[in-house]
Design a protein around this ligand. Structure first.
Ligand SMILES: *Cc1c(COP(=O)(O)O)cnc(C)c1O
Length: 380
């Protein structure tokens, strides 16, 4: 039996362990230490963001956006059903009514035509996900938001270092959120960031992140004692996490280049299967630069997908499906949604397969994955 090729593998690329040691030596391993500030500055500079705050996860960054948008019971939030729970859950927790809308066939991102139809007097936020690190149609979405006075939250968990018409994902909405979970492009085990593009939210964000206190103002010497002033939670990561992350962020472009090579190899080698009609490859519209976060193939139907998964598994290769649509999950059904409500999402979700994709994936391993997929279809 050949070696197992996992779907994902965490990696170290630079001075991660050196920086962790240094953080300990500095005597500050709780939140907002030396490395947290270094990471935040790096992200602000690289992505042109007025203010970045590191968080314990993308989920906590999304929770912070829901608080900052002042979500109250009955407010409506428009969200894709083809996303991770956190994008929707962050708003649901505060009582929002979720309006799930369908995705675009080509990019698998929320479809602006459906957003337009879902807007009502109660709509407060469009929460969008840049699937696979390929940008949503931001011109159309920002136009709808502007005309209806809505907040735009970009879940850019997968879109770190990706561009829409020359602008970085996460910098286009009111807020953006990143994930540094070990399955993402730049990692720190668990971790995330809140990107604040409207500076009027910075002060409140700092309070929410620090258990509802004005501790940050106190540390800056702006008040002489700190106290409870607002709602919040503990959303700041340990500086040990930030130390690990800083080494990854310093190598962000190197990670990007490597993932681009992996992506392009899959694309080139599987093109002939697409030409013969066995599968569809990812589509990246012009004007958009992807983060190369996911390489997926769309198969003919769910049965073929199950067979491909089983075949690859027999060859010791782990390929996995992705989101079960949120509207047809037990939670979605309890909200009154039904199977059949969002046909594109349901169709795509039943046929999509993600191939192994991680920093240390070798070309020899990739050749095995491609070879076995070709063999499954009787091609060589
Ligand atoms: C990974 C992911 C998240 C969750 O990120 P965490 O950092 O694990 O909270 C949220 N949204 C999307 C689209 C993701 O891919």
């Amino acid at each position: 039996m050949k070696n197992r090729i996992p779907f994902n593998k965490p990696f170290i690329i630079g001075k991660e362990l050196v920086y962790i040691k240094d953080a300990v030596k500095r005597g500050h391993i709780s939140g907002d230490g030396y490395y947290t500030k270094k990471c935040q500055e790096l992200l602000e500079k690289k992505f042109h963001i007025p203010k970045v705050l590191l968080t314990t996860s993308c989920t906590s960054a999304l929770e912070m956006t829901a608080i900052l948008c002042d979500i109250k019971p009955g407010d409506e939030v428009i969200v894709s059903s083809f996303t991770f729970t956190s994008t929707a859950l962050a708003f649901y927790r505060l009582g929002a009514k979720l309006k799930f809308v369908d995705i675009d066939q080509q990019t698998l991102n929320i479809d602006p035509r459906h957003i337009e139809k879902a807007v009502s007097k109660k709509t407060k936020v469009i929460a969008l996900t840049h699937y696979a690190g390929v940008s949503c149609d931001m011109d159309a979405i920002l136009d709808i938001a502007k005309r209806n006075n809505l907040f735009v939250v970009e879940d850019a968990a997968q879109g770190v270092n990706a561009l829409y018409k020359g602008k970085y994902l996460g910098s286009l909405g009111t807020f953006g959120t990143f994930s540094f979970h070990e399955t993402k492009n730049c990692i720190s085990g668990e971790g995330g960031a809140l990107l604040i593009n409207d500076e009027s939210f910075v002060e409140r964000a700092e309070i929410i992140r620090e258990k509802g206190t004005n501790r940050n103002k106190f540390l800056k010497g702006q008040v002489d004692k700190y106290t409870w002033v607002d709602t919040g939670s503990s959303y700041l990561p340990s500086d040990l996490i930030a130390a690990f992350l800083y080494a990854q962020l310093q190598n962000m472009d190197k990670i990007h280049r490597k993932r681009k090579r992996i992506y392009e190899y899959y694309y080139k080698k599987l093109k002939k299967l697409e030409d013969k009609g066995f599968l569809r490859l990812p589509i990246v519209p012009k004007d958009i630069k992807t983060s190369y976060h996911i390489f997926y193939i769309l198969l003919e139907n769910e049965t073929v997908r199950q067979n491909v998964i089983a075949y690859l598994k027999s060859k010791n290769i782990s390929a996995v499906f992705h989101y079960v649509p949120l509207h047809s999950s037990p939670m979605g059904l309890a909200m009154g949604y039904a199977k059949g409500d969002l046909p594109v999402t349901e169709d795509i979700s039943s046929r999509l397969l993600r191939l192994p994709f991680f920093y240390s994936l070798t070309q020899k391993e990739q050749a095995r994955v491609v070879g076995d997929i070709c063999r499954f279809f009787g091609e060589r």
